[in-house]
Ligand binder design. Structure first.
Ligand code: PXP
Length: 236
């Protein structure tokens, strides 16, 4: 199972001060050194965290796979064709949302998605669709010409004990259907150091996209060292 690290929240911290640090590119290179097989960023319409310069720098510097999550808009298609990431992941985007709230409705937007996929393929860019674990969404993903699906694990991550197993089964079923249709199957959203284990055991899923829990842990496991470094500078 490959891990792709979403570094959006390194940029969130930088943008909280409109400062120069922390630098998302540095986080990406460290993630790669630690074994990440891909770097994911979400370039939002409002540019609330990742900026255009970030995707350009990442494109030049990282050695693994650059995956940019984006909405199905002509503005984003333009950015993708200019930056040329290895992969784009199409996601729904509501301006006020705190994070991606659900999968893309590939059924309702079939024409626009197929169009977007065609434009990316003409430029040699792979396309993954972030979808809820529903058979009709997976089926339409295949019909749109996409190369991969990323199954939304958000509902599983939020499920209580009563529905957790059921949500996990929906992910496993969607993953099997995806593979049967010849799609590469990825998954992500809301995964952490506890709930990742069961998703990681689903053989059909080849890659997980994980962001928040990794950046959150990085802030805490790095705290002691960061304070020691400052105390050492102060000399007492
Ligand atoms: N996959 C998609 C499509 C996302 O939008 C996000 C959040 O940006 C993730 C995965 C990662 O989710 P999390 O930050 O909860 O690990």
């Amino acid at each position: 199972m490959r891990l792709a690290v979403n570094i959006d929240h390194v940029a969130t911290l930088r943008e909280a001060r409109k400062a120069r640090e922390p630098e998302p590119l540095t986080a990406a290179l460290l993630a790669e050194m630690a074994g990440a097989r891909g770097i994911t960023v979400h370039l939002r319409g409002d540019r609330r965290h990742i900026q255009d310069r970030d995707v350009q720098l990442l494109r030049q510097a990282i050695a693994t796979k650059l995956n940019i999550e984006m909405a199905v808009t002509s503005d984003m298609a333009r950015v993708a064709l200019q930056v040329r990431p290895d992969q784009v992941t199409l996601v729904p985007e509501r301006p006020q949302e705190l994070t991606t709230e659900g999968g893309l409705d590939v059924v309702a937007q079939a024409g626009a998605v197929a169009d977007f996929v065609r434009q990316m393929h003409d430029a040699g860019i792979r396309v993954s669709l972030f979808v809820d674990p529903h058979a009709d969404q997976v089926g339409h993903a295949k019909q749109s010409g996409a190369d991969a699906i990323e199954i939304n694990t958000g509902r599983y991550a939020e499920a209580g004990e009563g529905s957790r197993i059921q949500e996990l089964q929906r992910i496993a079923d969607a993953a099997q259907l995806g593979v049967r249709q010849g799609l590469e199957v990825l998954a992500g959203h809301g995964l952490n150091y506890v709930n990742v284990v069961d998703v990681g055991a689903i053989a059909e899923i080849e890659e997980l996209n994980i962001g928040h829990s990794i950046v959150a842990r990085a802030a805490l496991v790095g705290m002691e060292r960061a304070v020691r470094d400052m105390v050492a500078l102060l000399g007492r």
